[in-house]
Write a protein that binds this ligand. Structure first.
Ligand code: SF4
Length: 171
């Protein structure tokens, strides 16, 4: 079972290209200036099976969508349910790339199994002192947009080359 609050059919701000964004419920942090304070309680939102959740997400995907983003809340607060959800999506729609936002750093969660299924991890908590509204796809400069495939291959954190990726994924 997985807890979520909302699913947005069309987003251009939660990753490269047109995306469906799923907002998972619950986050153990309380960052000052959190963009989504209503999603912090672990017991809020709606609890559904992972299969139903995937049905809801994929029902919104059209041929022009590039991927699915999991935001929140902190999706990694439900690591097993997130693994099952992404695994189901990859089996049913392998062309979709998967972005996950988390308040944890990569170094804190690198051994969590679901990371093996993720294409891009946006890591780290929102830090008010590093807030920058001009940054693409993140709120504060400490957060990194990590290319997980390259990171797995090289064995060290590799940040996504955003402009190059935007051109290739949006074509
Ligand atoms: S990690 Fe994200 S969702 Fe959690 S409190 Fe911080 S800004 Fe809010």
């Amino acid at each position: 079972m997985i807890r979520y609050k909302d699913i947005l059919a069309e987003s251009l701000v939660d990753g490269v290209g047109l995306r469906v964004t799923a907002f998972l419920q619950g986050c153990p942090r309380h960052c000052q200036g959190c963009h989504n304070p209503l999603l912090l309680p672990m017991e809020g939102g709606y609890e559904v099976s992972e299969e139903k959740f995937v049905d809801k997400i994929l029902a919104l995907v059209t041929p022009i969508h590039h991927g699915i983003t999991f935001s929140g809340g902190d999706p990694l607060a439900q690591p097993e349910a997130l693994f099952k959800t992404i695994d189901l999506i990859k089996r049913r729609q392998p062309r979709l790339n998967i972005w996950v936002y988390t308040g944890y750093t990569y170094e804190e969660v690198q051994r969590v199994p679901v990371l093996s299924l993720i294409d891009v991890l946006v890591d780290g908590p929102f830090v008010m002192a590093e807030k920058d509204l001009d940054l693409p796809f993140r709120g504060s400069a400490n957060q990194r947009i990590i290319d997980m495939e390259q990171t797995r291959q090289k064995g060290c954190v590799t940040v996504l080359p955003l402009e190059k990726t935007a051109r290739s994924w949006a074509s």
